[in-house]
Design a protein around this ligand. Structure first.
Ligand code: KG4
Ligand code: ZN
Length: 336
């Protein structure tokens, strides 16, 4: 079969990224411009600033992707772009650019759900990962447990009822004064802390539910910190970070394993920014070994937002000729 090369464009939050990927799994280039430094002083992403910086950067990022891959515009087969979920102004930049690019290059446009992109990051550089598998998608905006029955056949088994896992990391980090983004900061601080310093609550919800809830944990941490302050007692942020992280990770791991058991799935994947978390990777690895399950996760740079995951998802839609209509628009609340 002829090789298929897809240009993937991602701009749903604060990363402007473009990538060229061959046959859904081989990265030819993956240029990621992160705006973290720009948003850091605000303690979170400022939507208008994010959109303005996407506009500023997108053409040069796409050019760099072609240059690095040593390809011309005419060498690609399709243009894949994230059209939701995400920040509407940010999504519109990537989508408008991709539409114009596809029109000028006379290539089909493929609309990608950002969560689908995170899932497909597992295929990159890893020929062993093939459906069926169970994946935990945990990022700043989403926490889902998804059964991937085929490349285009997903069943959502559970999702967050309130905060996403990454959102909880970001909020607790801000409260502890550890900075933004919170996930990497808490991950690092927790290495120096006691994960059992405080046994924060684990929200398992109803028996057999694969949904998540992190708002109770977030309140429990905030209440604990307030009561320490009122009593004039001190604490080490590292101990709170480690205890909080352990509470999140235990729930993510146990829910994933019980879903695997219920659906008799032995292959498990991790996706999304929180899949970078070192404790999550470690405990999930240990528990999967005990159960004889096969665990995979993308390399760190492919867990957080990037164009390669969008191009990979685009490939599986391209082969099914699942192209976007001409009136495709940004859908900030797009569901998987
Ligand atoms: O997938 P992503 O780049 O963007 C969204 O789709 O939301 O994920 C970003 C999220 C942020 O909340 C960030 O704090 C979290 O992923 N994150 C981590 C780690 N690295 C990034 N969370 C926990 N541990 C990490 N090492
Ligand atoms: Zn993401």
């Amino acid at each position: 079969m002829k090789d298929i090369v897809i240009l993937g464009i991602e701009s749903s939050c604060d990363e402007t990224s473009a990538a060229l990927v061959r046959n859904g799994r081989e990265v030819l280039s993956n240029i990621i411009y992160s705006q973290i430094d720009i948003h850091q002083p605000y303690g979170g992403v400022v939507p208008e600033i994010a959109s303005r910086n996407h506009v500023k950067k997108i053409s040069s990022i796409v050019d760099m992707a072609f240059k690095e891959a040593k390809l011309n515009y005419s060498d690609i087969d399709g243009v894949a772009v994230t059209y939701g979920p995400g920040l509407v102004g940010s999504l519109l930049v990537g989508l408008s650019y991709a539409k114009s690019f596809a029109y000028a290059a006379q290539k089909p446009l493929i609309g990608i759900n950002h969560i689908d992109g995170h899932i497909c990051a597992n295929y990159i550089g890893n020929d062993d990962v093939k459906p069926p598998f169970l994946t935990l998608v945990a990022s700043g905006g989403h926490s889902h447990l998804i059964l991937v029955k085929d490349y285009d056949d997903y069943t959502v088994l559970g999702q967050t009822r309130d905060d996403a896992a990454g959102e909880a990391f970001d909020k607790i980090s801000r409260t502890l004064g550890l900075g933004y983004p919170g996930g990497p900061a808490i991950d690092k601080a927790a290495l120096l802390g006691d994960p059992h310093f405080v046994e924060f609550p684990r929200a398992y919800l109803e028996e057999d539910s694969f949904d998540f809830s992190f708002s109770g944990l977030k309140s429990a941490v905030l209440n604990y910190l307030n009561s320490m302050k009122m009593k004039g007692e001190t604490y080490r942020p590292e101990d709170i970070a480690a205890s909080f992280q352990m509470a999140v990770v235990e729930v993510l791991v146990e829910k994933t394993l019980s879903a695997a058991e219920k659906y008799s799935i032995q292959n498990i994947c991790l996706s999304g920014g929180v899949a970078c978390n070192s404790l999550l990777r470690k405990i999930m690895k240990q528990r999967c070994q005990e159960k004889n399950y096969k665990l995979s996760y993308p390399e760190i740079s492919l867990c957080t937002d990037n164009g390669a995951m969008v191009a990979s998802a685009g490939y599986y839609k391209f082969v099914k000729k699942d192209f976007a209509p001409g009136d495709l628009t940004a859908k900030p609340n797009l569901k998987i």
